[in-house]
Design a protein around this ligand. Structure first.
Ligand SMILES: Nc1ncnc2c1ncn2[C@@H]1O[C@H](COP(=O)(O)OP(=O)(O)OP(=O)(O)O)[C@@H](O)[C@H]1O
Ligand SMILES: [Mg+2]
Length: 1137
């Protein structure tokens, strides 16, 4: 809910002076002071804003403040300049009324600041957008530029406006700014050449010297030292709190935003520099022979630099400072200027240069900010004119300034009273006229066309003959003497004859703001504002675009002999235009008051403020406002504010607002003389009545607050209860839902289980049926597969038989073909051999024939001899070397000297072979017959067993002894020896293996050339004698054992008893000898020696397999034989060490 506030809320003192009770000058001042002390610098008199300069920055211009005042009624919030700006802007936008903001007050009262605040507020609240923002920015940024060129430090104000400014801001129908037009009023140009004590020249001079870059300074030929320039006063060149360098940057930036080109900015600065240079030009007198004084430029350096800056010819300007040409009726008269006149001419040029530059700046800014659209605009004018001034020494400028202020005061008086009067008439309220001081009489004294001071001055200036300031004063003394606001020592009115405060060369005017003493000196000159034509022509000739524009009258083609209008005349005219312009607009007043003369914050000098209150007519203003009624308000807001005071109007009044207010006031028993009903407003005569209403309202509001509180609490409790009730229902509903959901889910699960069982049973039944069906199908398939298989195999057999038959035929055919081919091959080979033999014999025969035939042609051939000799020598050497390097005679020595020549390859190898054979022969020839036989046996053993039987390597080193029993010598074997009629080649003890248990029983084994004999070891009785012819083969294992089987030929006589399985330590020797003997017999094949780990032995009727396995060492080092079953004897042989 929007909180409605009022300026009456939290008020310090009285926000609107109309409500001041009792009203007197003292209470008025007291109220102002009270508010000022509490930082309330704004106070209203009705719709007029009094603004007291705080001389310090207050936090009341923030964007939040702008928002606070935006679209609020004037009296809604505490007094503020923003409230006035908002009121003006809204009536412009909503009611289509052109507005003007008139800001008045004496110098330093804060007019310029107030105008800037109004502009910034309007800029903040009006429309937004890229184009609109640019316009706003340009309008705002025109201020720093104009302040730099048009403001200066004075004794009253560090930033005193030295020109009057009126700015029309133009808006479209929506209230968006379109542009603006600035008008300026009479720049105080005398300041350019001379400043009063404690004051400065225009800011721009100091800003330029302090803030310009070194580059710019060089371009402008300037020096930063202020003391180098005559036109700059030094005693207050530096102002505390004023940063000239920073301000220069701000100005440049502002010029850029407003739309100045870079070269335009430079041109402007060149002119400023030229003015400074101009001030430094000095003159010296020079007497001519005709006795007339002339002047010459003293030091031409400054003149030269200035001419360079402006692009003028030095000689032309120099001449313009020395001569003056007067043209009259086609006649030109040239007169020389003396030193004083030269200085006058120089200063006149400087002033004109600067003031014209200033006017050009305003024209240029206007070009940039002028609204483009040609539609009708709404206009808000802001007037910030120089304030009323009373200096010690007041001249023509002060006269003009104060005249302007008089005019503004008059318009204030007129418009304020008229507005007030009109309102009463409009509202149908009875009105009695109020007395107030009307300054029209003073305005008349100055501006009257017949006998006004300005008219007198113009008359004097235009008059032929000698015209001086004194003659002007004389004239005034005669014409204005009777005027009650004019005072002069020499006037006819004798009352001032003895007034010593009034010097002879002065006159005094009683302005509305006080008496001001004007010194007439300079009035005529300043009003004439003459610039010698030579100078304006010299300027026109300058090669500088800007200068040419500033001095158009210097154009010789447009020589105008008419005098230009005087300064006073121009000013009066422009003020007249301004006044009529203002009268067409709705005025809004800001009355600025200066609290002290020290530019200090927190000081409120009563006398000074009292004086201002007095001359500004503020008391009259309040009185006029109160003479009728102190307070007025439209019916609607009034009823809205006080309706709670009456039961009939509270809380709603359902009729016209006026009737509501009537009912309200009657109900409150307000005396009828205290108020009057206007057409749209209620008028309250006495502030007391208003305060009574306010007091009642305040109390009523408290009661209402309690009531509201009560209702609110009740409502809150009920809402809370309803909420709880609603919540309980919601919770219950949710719980029930939850419980039902649970129950439902349980049933659903049970259903699913039952369903699944039933479905399972059905499915299984179906499955069984399907399986049976499938099995039947499979059986059919199997039977048919078997049937087809039988069929296929039969077919296959048939096909195979066919193929086999075919193959047999092919093989027989191939053998037959092979036999044929081999026969053919043999035949062909035989044939080839014969052919070869024939060819060889033929070749030999041919060779022989050829040799015989050709021998006679060759004599003894030396070459061949040499060749033979060389070959012989080589051979000789080769053989000698060979002899020297012969290898040893050992047959196992493999070394042989290297071959010296490639052609000896065959010989060398052959020799090696021959030598080896010879060496072996030699070696063999050493052996005896016996030894030879032994070696032959060893060799045989090697052939039979090497790499075949593991026992062999251990037998190599054992000599074959043959007769181990020494049978012929041992008497024990006498009988046995006798029984054997042949020579025993070997006699040894062997073990005969019993097939029943595999155990061995010792036997004597004898070997002769014809048979193998086995005899009892103890008795020597022959057990078996096997002729060698009956032996088919001998079987041995591959291992370390000494077992061997003598296998008999099937069908032989010896075979009846079966084969012999024996074992011996001299197995290798026995078998070798057996083999040699059998081999030496011519009629027989040698006995086969089978070496295998598994062989069959025929024992009588059975064949038993003897198997050799690798045994473990537990059997000891000898092999052991075990019978495994009827058909198997297992010999386990320990692994070789
Ligand atoms: N509202 C304000 N808040 C803070 N300081 C202010 C305010 N108004 C004025 N001042 C101070 O007072 C000084 C003078 O104000 P300003 O230049 O507006 O006076 P003026 O009435 O325009 O004088 P003049 O007639 O000489 O131009 C300002 O430079 C500023 O320091
Ligand atoms: Mg100002």
């Amino acid at each position: 809910m929007e909180v409605k506030t009022s300026l009456l809320d939290n008020m310090i003192g009285v926000g609107d002076m109309v409500l001041l009770e009792p009203l007197s000058e003292d209470t008025f001042l007291e109220n102002l002071k009270n508010r000022f002390d509490h930082n309330e610098i704004y106070t209203y008199i009705g719709s007029v804003v009094i603004s007291i300069n705080p001389y310090r920055s207050l936090p009341i211009y923030t964007p939040e403040k702008v928002e606070e005042y935006r679209n609020r009624n004037f009296y809604e919030l505490s007094p503020h300049i923003y409230a006035l700006a908002d009121e003006a802007y809204r009536s412009l936008r909503d009611q289509d009324k052109d507005q003007c903001i008139l800001i008045t007050g004496e110098s330093g009262a804060g007019k310029t600041e107030a105008s800037k605040l109004v502009m910034s507020y309007v800029a903040a609240v009006c429309g937004k957008g890229q184009e609109v923002n640019k316009v706003k920015e340009q309008l705002l940024q025109s201020n720093p530029v104009l302040e730099a060129f048009g403001n200066a430090k004075t004794v009253r104000n560090d930033n005193s406006s030295r020109f009057g400014k009126y700015m029309d801001i133009e808006f479209d129908f929506k209230g968006d700014p379109l542009g603006g037009v600035i008008s300026n009023y009479l720049l105080e140009k005398s300041r350019v050449v001379k400043q009063p004590r404690g004051e400065r020249n225009f800011h721009i001079f100091y800003q330029l010297l302090s803030g310009a870059s070194d580059d710019t300074m060089k371009k402008l030929k300037l020096d930063r030292d202020f003391s180098k320039y005559n036109y700059l006063s030094l005693d207050s060149a530096v102002v505390s709190g004023l940063d000239d360098a920073a301000n220069f940057r701000t100005v440049r930036n502002a010029m850029q935003i407003v739309g100045f080109m870079e070269d335009e900015m430079l041109s402007v600065l060149e002119l400023v520099a030229a003015v400074l240079k101009l001030g430094n030009i000095e003159f010296k007198p020079e007497s001519r022979c005709n006795g007339i004084d002339e002047s010459r430029v003293k030091d031409k350096n400054d003149l030269k630099e200035m001419c360079e800056l402006l692009g003028t010819e030095q000689s032309v300007l120099e001449r313009a400072f020395s001569y003056r040409t007067v043209e009259a009726k086609m006649e030109k008269v040239s007169t020389t200027l003396n030193v004083a006149q030269a200085y006058y001419a120089r200063d006149a040029l400087a002033k004109n240069l600067y003031s014209r530059l200033f006017s050009w700046l305003i024209t240029r800014i206007n070009e940039s900010i002028r609204a483009q659209a040609k539609t009708r605009h709404k206009v808000m004018g802001v007037l910030d004119i120089y304030g009323f001034e009373i200096f010690e020494d007041n001249s023509f400028e002060q006269f003009i300034i104060n005249y302007c202020n008089e005019k503004l005061q008059q318009i204030f008086i007129e418009l304020t009273l008229r507005e007030e009067q009109e309102e009463y008439v409009r509202e149908g309220i009875e009105w009695t006229n109020i007395e107030y001081f009307n300054n029209a009489i003073i305005c008349d004294l100055i501006e009257n066309n017949q006998n006004g001071i300005l008219a007198m001055l113009d008359e004097e200036c235009l008059r032929p003959g000698t015209v001086t300031d004194e003659t002007f004063l004389d004239k005034l003394n005669t014409i204005c003497a009777e005027h009650q606001h004019f005072e002069s020592r020499l006037s006819k009115s004798s009352k001032f004859l003895t007034d010593h405060s009034l010097p002879h060369n002065c006159f005094r005017i009683q302005h509305y703001a006080g008496k001001v003493l004007y010194r007439v000196e300079g009035f005529v000159d300043k009003n004439n504002d003459l610039l010698y034509r030579d100078l304006s022509q010299a300027m026109y000739k300058a090669n500088h675009s800007l200068i040419k524009q500033l001095f158009p009258e210097g154009n010789p083609a447009k020589v105008n002999l008419k005098r230009p209008p005087t300064a006073g005349f121009q000013f009066k005219a422009s003020v007249g235009t301004l006044m009529s312009n203002l009268q067409t607009k709705n005025p809004n007043y800001i009355r600025c008051v200066k609290p002290n003369d020290k530019k200090a914050s927190h000081i409120f000098t009563d006398s000074l403020v009292r004086h201002q209150v007095h001359y500004l007519g503020l008391m009259e203003n309040v009185r006029v406002r109160r003479a009728g009624y102190a307070f007025r308000q439209a019916y609607e807001p009034c009823l809205e504010r006080y309706k709670m005071l009456c039961k009939k109007t509270w809380p709603h009044w359902r009729g016209p607002a006026r009737e509501g207010v009537e009912v309200l006031l009657t109900d409150l028993q307000v005396p009828t003389e205290e108020f009057a009903y206007g057409r749209s407003k209620i008028f309250i005569r006495n502030p007391r009545t208003l305060f009574f209403l306010e007091e009642k309202r305040k109390r009523c509001l408290e009661d209402l607050a309690t009531l509201i509180q009560k209702i609110y609490r009740g409502w809150k409790c009920r809402s809370q209860f309803l909420l709880l009730k609603k919540s309980q229902i919601v919770v219950a509903a949710w719980y029930r839902r939850y419980a039902q959901q649970k129950k439902y889910q349980k049933i659903k699960r049970a259903t699913t289980v039952v369903q699944s069982y039933a479905r399972g049973w059905q499915a299984r039944k179906l499955l069984r049926e399907l399986k049976y069906q499938k099995k039947c199908e499979q059986a059919v398939t199997t039977i048919s597969a078997y049937w087809h298989g039988t069929q296929a195999r039969m077919e296959l057999r048939r096909l195979k038989q066919e193929v086999r038959n075919k193959h047999a035929v092919t093989v027989i055919w191939a053998y037959w073909q092979g036999t044929k081919a081999r026969r053919e091959l043999r035949r062909l080979k035989e044939e080839a051999r014969r052919k070869h033999a024939v060819a060889v014999i033929w070749a030999y025969w041919q060779g022989l024939k050829v040799r015989r035939e050709y021998r006679k042609f060759f004599r003894a051939n030396a070459g061949k001899k040499i060749y033979n000799f060389t070959i012989q020598r080589i051979m000789q050497k080769y053989f000698l070397d060979l002899k020297r390097n012969m290898p040893s005679m050992s047959p196992i020595d493999k070394s042989w000297p290297a071959r010296p020549y490639l052609f000896l390859e065959g010989v060398h190898t052959e020799l090696k072979r021959i030598f080896h054979l010879w060496r072996c022969k030699k070696y063999r020839s050493q052996f005896t017959e016996d030894k030879k036989a032994v070696y032959e046996e060893k060799l045989k053993a090697s052939e039979l067993f090497k790499d075949k039987k593991a026992l062999y390597p251990s037998s190599v080193s054992q000599p074959f002894k043959g007769d181990y029993l020494e049978i012929s010598k041992n008497p024990k074997y006498q009988k046995l020896n006798n029984a054997v009629d042949e020579k025993v080649l070997l006699a040894d003890v062997v073990n005969k293996i019993n097939r029943a248990n595999g155990k061995g029983s010792p036997r004597l084994l004898l070997l002769t050339r014809r048979s193998v004999i086995l005899a009892d070891q103890k008795t020597g009785q022959v057990k078996a004698s096997v002729p060698l012819a009956d032996l088919a083969s001998v079987s041995v294992s591959t291992q370390m054992d000494g077992f061997f089987a003598l296998k008999l030929k099937e069908g032989s006589a010896s075979a009846v008893k079966g084969d012999f399985l024996l074992s011996s330590d001299h197995l290798i020797e026995i078998i070798t000898k057996l083999h040699r003997i059998s081999a030496s017999a011519a009629e027989r094949e040698p006995i086969n020696v089978d070496i295998s780990d598994e062989f069959l032995v025929q024992f009588k009727h059975d064949k038993v397999c003897v198997k050799f396995i690798q045994g473990s060492p537990k059997n000891g080092n000898s092999a052991s034989c075990k019978r495994k079953n009827n058909r198997l004897l297992e010999v386990s042989v320990p692994t070789s060490p």
